[in-house]
Write a protein that binds this ligand. Structure first.
Ligand code: AMP
Ligand code: MG
Length: 406
């Protein structure tokens, strides 16, 4: 059995090359840039006034109040203004070019126009470059403004518009398929027989994928026999990544790994010291990745976040797709049998002096109903059998942590 860290190491060293596609910039929200974008012009493209006021020579108004000759105006989009000489001022609006010869702008509140608009009194001195954003001070033509690997949010969309990038190269989203296994499973809209349960994992995983902006293809339920498993696996292997739940433990009818062998998949790990989720399997065939997650609903959910997310996120181009970690104060004593790193469901909340961790009562790794009240998990280190109330524990926040309320 390998440790969680070893499993992650194996995962990350077995990822195929990421693929790139070009998309219109407006459709690039949430995608990861696969090229460096450079400034195609200086921003601002001219010395730009930051206020409404009067463009002057700072040395002219050193001993303000000083009256200057008002020789014109500069407004945003109103053409480039003429040159300014000593003793002169130009009325200027926010966003407009500062005329050549001027080196500062005094704001309108500090100025008084007189002589029926022919003269202006500057009431206070200004410093050189005051209220001016110099040409190229925000971006200089040719410099890299967004690097490959940068996630594109609204501000980045604005940057692409600013520099006229109509389309950009981003990492292609991997295609993903899911199927569930188990003779006991029926779909949510069917009435289970006394010996059956409804399939919840496939829908849980599809929702977890949706939090990663991935729409998965759901291939249905495979019965616990080799033919059924083979058929769905072959379909799933047409995608970049296949997630299977159930059938990876040691039982008589856990046939997933047998069929992996049959289909020539390379099994890279098949047992991890994690709780829940020990029988997690990771395999590949060429550049196709396959995860066999345990069937217990919490095991499937946790192993998705611990193993599938880091792999899939990187295929999407993300540098660090892991769920955020932080520390919080445990509010109860906790016991476990050591040997595996455990992820325990918790409700985490802020209180004056820090994050508090309230462990949730959960009955087993099957108890998804209990888990539904968690917004995070806390980590029980694998070499510990007891954690005391008041101890600081490491948390792995669930993806919707910051939007969940109680
Ligand atoms: P397995 O990993 O196939 O041994 O399944 C472990 C447990 O998880 C069993 O109690 C299964 O009935 C249950 N289980 C397996 N697949 C699912 C599923 N898709 N949805 C809900 N429970 C499942
Ligand atoms: Mg099963």
């Amino acid at each position: 059995m390998i440790s969680v860290e070893e499993a992650l190491g194996i995962l990350l060293s077995n990822l195929p090359d990421r693929k790139v596609e070009e998309v219109p910039f407006r459709s690039a929200l949430g995608r990861i840039l696969a090229e460096d974008l450079t400034a195609t012009c200086n921003i601002p493209p001219f010395h730009r006034s930051a206020v409404d006021g009067f463009a002057v020579l700072a040395s002219d108004v050193e001993h303000a109040p000083v009256e200057l000759e008002l020789v014109g105006e500069s407004r945003a989009g109103g053409g480039m203004p003429g040159k300014l000489a000593s003793g002169q001022a130009i009325a200027i609006m926010t966003g407009a070019p500062v005329p050549e010869g001027a080196d500062s702008v005094q704001m309108v509140e500090q100025c008084q126009v007189s002589g029926s608009g022919k003269r202006v009194t500057i009431l206070k001195p200004v410093k050189v470059r005051e209220n001016i954003a110099p040409c190229g001070s925000e971006a200089r033509e040719g410099e890299i403004v967004l690097e490959s690997g940068h996630r594109l949010g609204p501000a980045e969309i604005a940057v692409m518009a600013t520099f006229g990038y109509g389309s950009v190269k981003v990492y292609r989203k991997p295609t993903v398929a899911i199927f569930a296994t188990g003779d006991e499973l029926v779909e949510f809209d069917q009435a289970p027989r006394p010996d059956q349960i409804r399939n919840s994992n496939a829908y849980c995983l599809a929702a977890q994928l949706r939090y990663m902006d991935i729409e998965a293809d759901y291939l249905g339920i495979a019965r616990d026999d080799r033919d059924a498993l083979r058929e769905k696996m072959l379909l799933g292997l047409e995608r970049d990544l296949l997630i299977i739940t159930g059938g990876v433990s040691m039982g008589e009818y856990d046939l997933v790994q047998d069929v992996f062998h049959e289909l020539g998949l390379e099994i890279l790990f098949s047992k991890v010291a994690i709780k829940p989720g020990k029988p997690t399997v990771f395999a590949r065939k060429g550049d196709r990745l396959v995860f066999g997650l345990p069937g217990n609903p919490i095991s499937a959910l946790i192993t998705f976040e611990c193993f599938v997310r880091p792999a899939l996120g990187r295929l999407c181009g993300r540098k660090k797709p892991e769920l955020p970690r932080m520390k919080g104060e445990l509010l109860a004593d906790m016991k476990q049998s050591p040997g595996r790193m455990a992820f325990m469901p918790a409700w985490v909340f802020w209180e004056e002096d820090g994050w508090k961790v309230e462990p949730l009562a959960w009955k087993s790794s099957a108890d998804i109903t209990g888990f539904a009240h968690a917004n995070a998990t806390f980590i029980f280190p694998k070499n510990r059998d007891f954690l005391s109330r008041g101890e600081k524990v490491e948390l792995m926040l669930l993806p919707d942590f910051f939007v969940r309320q109680r």
